[in-house]
Design a protein around this ligand. Sequence first.
Ligand code: WT7
Length: 633
Amino acid sequence: MQVKSFEEYQQAWRKSVEQPEQFWEEIAGNFQWRKKWDKVLEWNFKEPKVEWFKGAKLNITENCLDRHLEKNGDVPAIIWEPNDPTEDHRVLTYRQLHDKVCQFANVLKNNGAKRGDRICIYMPMVPELAIAVLACARIGAIHSVVFGGFSAQSIADRIKDADCNIIVTADGSYRGTKEVPLKSTIDDALVQCPSVKRVIVLTRSHTPVSMIKGRDVWWEDEVKKVETQGNPECPVEEMDAEDMLFILYTSGSTGKPKGVVHTCGGYMVYTGYTFSNAFQYQPGEVYFCTADIGWITGHSYIVYGPLSQGATTLMFEGIPTWPNAGRFWDIVEKYKVNILYTAPTAIRSLMSFGDEVVAGKDLSSLTKLGSVGEPINEEAWHWFDEKIGHGKCPIVDTWWQTETGGFMISPIAGVTPTKPGYATLPLPGVQPILVDENGKEIEDNGVSGNLCIKFPWPGMLRTTYGDHERCRQTYFATYENLYFTGDGCLRDEDGYYRITGRVDDVLNVSGHRIGTAEVENAINMHSTVVESAVVGYPHDIKGQGVYAFVVSPGKHGDEEITRKDIIMTVSRIIGPIAKPDKIQFVSGLPKTRSGKIMRRILRKIAEGDTSNLGDTSTLLDPAVVDEIKAGAL
Ligand code: WT7
């Protein structure tokens, strides 16, 4: 599946455009199927309806586990580094991981889980998280992993939207010096969720928890029961290629987060292929992705992609800055990591601690580097290249989204000549186009526009859970017959792509997607708030920060207290990841005569660029702009 030269890349890309079905059929031949497909692809972007490998039968865990056992059963599948470096690390070989997945799959069955059930997973970054995910896939249950930084309310919204009947969680998790009470947050969420019949709780932090009789059980007790039943195997459930594999919620420009749906066959082929090709993974290499499994990066490139390729994937429980800002580099040294895949926000944060933190660390094992989540600024790119890669590691700047399932525009390590700040060229199978506001294709090079994809790829989302119309509206209705990414993009004279950031009301804060409407709704729930408007502003470490303009006439206590109360409200409603960085109290928001908030003006003020606010003559009350300008933070 790997191309070995730029010419081979160009040939592969051309073939994937001219004969897409043949191209993907050959790639799919590298995986294990219970039954082959009747048809490679059926599609239209109108409904939309996209079906890959229709009629095929498979189980993704057979590809991620069973098929490696005969020759590579003793190869490490997961290396786990705990939060506390003095605690023992763990290594699970493919055989051990297989056995644990089977065991937990049987636990799920014993607790009433059936094919097609939705199971919510809210866990720390421990091997049991990967085990729970794979156990769901093995029995054909649909997992919905919720990142540990989300609030009880957000969890409840997700559980209700997907109608989950089982939760897998832990007592608590460790993040640096902090202990996060996961089970207690789940308990708060479940007050609203009568559909949940069972909560399986892993012991991790020994935080005291309440265990409700008849509903809550301990992971370890359930595993013991399975052991005494004496049946360690769990045969795989034979899934249709287009059966749902998982739901993952992500924010958009309007309303509540939507449940992006990925299916078994196409997602497996796409994540396996892109992982193998873009990173040019070689057997024996140690691969470290610093993301959390609660995000798509973790799903595709900690769990499914690497494991389907028999790779050794390193999972890290902690944070990059504890016990000190050298933690990533200690991990690289300790496990002789060959491939490091991380985010610009982490790079910028670690850069800020100075070169002493890197000096003296043995990073000589590294051969390839990766970046994901947001545009990487040139300064961070060069630091990554020089201080971490010592100028000898290609950097793959992978552009993709929760909805795309896997890498879309990305260099192939050692094959595609890189350029700082550029995701470079589409991978084979990907057909990007740039369009203007009217959906007209912008041809030639040296242009910019809105980034769309004009042909299906196997890893793309199939629907948004429970609301197909929303999927159509969000991604396929803006421009006819195109998938719209929500990103702006430029294509330079060499045909290289550079993502310039979202063109909708979605913020990218430390690589996390945050909908401005969602944050506004949360702020507006605070008792003293009349209305608010949230925009992004450039932030040295986070990429973007959250700037809130808030109308709150009857303050309770002083401004500082109200500010903290609002932050607490956002934390409660969405989670700590959406907390505003700046809150400016204003007497009114700049609105047009028809009542629409002029965000363009607020964005400029938040960016500190008030020299040219453009045309403000259509505003209902232009004076409000001067007040906001004067009070800008
Ligand atoms: C949005 C998707 C899928 C990875 C994690 C984020 C931005 C992602 C890059 C990159 C510039 C990037 C885009 C995209 N983005 N990778 N390499 N260069 N921008 O997944 O939460 O679904 O967010 O992240 O704006 O639309 P996500």
